[in-house]
Ligand binder design. Structure first.
Ligand SMILES: Cc1cc2nc3c(=O)[nH]c(=O)nc-3n(C[C@H](O)[C@H](O)[C@H](O)COP(=O)(O)OP(=O)(O)OC[C@H]3O[C@@H](n4cnc5c(N)ncnc54)[C@H](O)[C@@H]3O)c2cc1C
Length: 351
């Protein structure tokens, strides 16, 4: 049995796994118990993820993000779904080892892959394990919103379709609102840009959310671009493995008097409130917001999870690592707060 004595970091909590569900031959879900005193910290938006600390004899631990597949509106407990990655460490460890009653150390929900308005019509794309955040969005929109929902869902074969029966039940319950298009690669090959565009053509006014391997999302982006869907109406979640340890808080960066004098200024809008901050150039936007006690969304602090994505409205930043952003995202002003340093003397940024 896996137990955790004390959380390793100040931001994390120890949660008990109340159930393990075998979803398919290579995917399992972990359902967590959230005790009363942690309810507020573990409140989540559809599409957000948890970060789990996975023990390792080799390195002590690794941190991995797993999207919540449950809906905050229809499920009592948060659930993540983990699909085995060939030769992967953490995903196989979870599927091989975690049992009901075990404890895991978890960082609170994070991420910006979440619809602002559940009433909007949604065009969802998922491939393989990419269904997890999409499922949370789909269930939440059907339960709380009033719009239509179209899901294009690609898998290797019928046996590897995660949540197949739940999707069937939702389709029966919402025949006027939900359309699910399954795509099986063993029968149809990889979905081409043309096929994705043909499926999407009637829904170009919908807001698009996509999650899956990079090659899949590139094709979805191309299909939507062909149809003229504006980039600011498409949202993508990139799945990758963290290499650092977001569980141990970094020591604050020491700022010299000279650096403080040369600091830029930034007007940051967060949750509709504007904050005026000084921004020493060696610090990141997330660093200065945390130092001011602001509730900035962030998780990995490595530029890999996308939680701290925000938009530059005025001024210029440079980023240490911006690999998860597409050139179009960067063109549209998106930056990662945890990787950004000011270039101009004054900036305006919106979360
Ligand atoms: C925002 C976000 C959401 C995500 N949501 C999901 C989701 O819902 N479902 C899902 O399945 N995936 C999800 N992922 C992907 C997930 O976080 C992992 O990337 C995925 O499970 C693969 O991890 P892995 O460790 O199995 O594989 P890899 O990362 O490929 O494993 C290999 C790595 O582990 C290291 N390693 C090998 N052996 C050991 C060892 N003994 N000890 C320590 N390190 C070792 C290797 O050096 C190598 O770096 C998400 C990712 C992100 C960023």
């Amino acid at each position: 049995m896996t137990t955790v004595e004390v959380p390793h970091g100040s931001r994390s909590a120890v949660l008990r796994v109340s159930a393990v569900i075998n979803e398919t031959a290579d995917a399992c879900s972990l359902v967590f118990d959230v005790p009363e005193d942690l309810r507020d910290r573990f409140t989540y938006q559809p599409g957000q993820f948890l970060t789990l600390r996975i023990p390792s004899e080799l390195t002590g631990s690794v941190a991995r993000c797993y999207s919540l597949a449950s809906s905050p509106y229809t499920d009592d407990r948060p659930k993540v779904t983990v699909k085995r990655t060939a030769d992967g460490y953490a995903s196989n460890w979870v599927c091989d080892n975690v049992k009901a009653g075990d404890e895991l150390e978890v960082l609170p929900p994070s991420g910006a892959f979440t619809p602002k308005d559940l009433d909007e019509d949604l065009l969802l794309f998922a491939a393989g394990s990419g269904i997890t955040p999409v499922m949370s969005i789909l269930k939440s929109a059907l339960a709380r919103g009033g719009g239509k929902v179209v899901l294009f869902y690609a898998n290797r074969d019928a046996e590897s379709v995660i949540f197949a029966s739940e999707l069937r039940e939702l389709g029966d319950k919402h025949p006027q609102r939900l359309v699910v298009v399954h795509w099986l690669e063993t029968l149809q090959g990889l979905p081409s840009v043309e096929a994705l565009a043909a499926v999407s053509a009637p829904y170009t006014e919908y807001r698009a959310f996509m999650c899956g391997p990079k090659a899949f999302m590139d094709r979805v982006h191309d299909a939507l671009a062909q149809l003229g869907v504006p980039r600011n109406r498409t949202h993508a979640e990139v799945f990758n493995s963290l290499s650092g340890d977001p569980f141990s808080a970094d020591d604050p960066v020491e700022i010299s008097e000279e650096e403080a004098a040369d600091a830029a200024t930034v007007e940051v809008e967060l949750d509709g409130e504007v904050h005026n901050l000084r921004w020493p150039r060696r610090q990141t936007l997330v660093d200065i917001m945390l130092a001011k006690g602001l509730d900035v969304p962030y998780s990995c602090q490595e530029g890999e999870c996308g939680s701290c994505a925000c938009t530059v409205l005025e001024g210029k930043v440079e980023m240490d690592n911006s690999e998860i952003l597409d050139p179009e995202d960067i063109e549209a002003g998106y930056i990662l707060g945890c990787q950004s340093h000011p270039v101009t003397d004054h900036l305006k940024i919106q979360f």
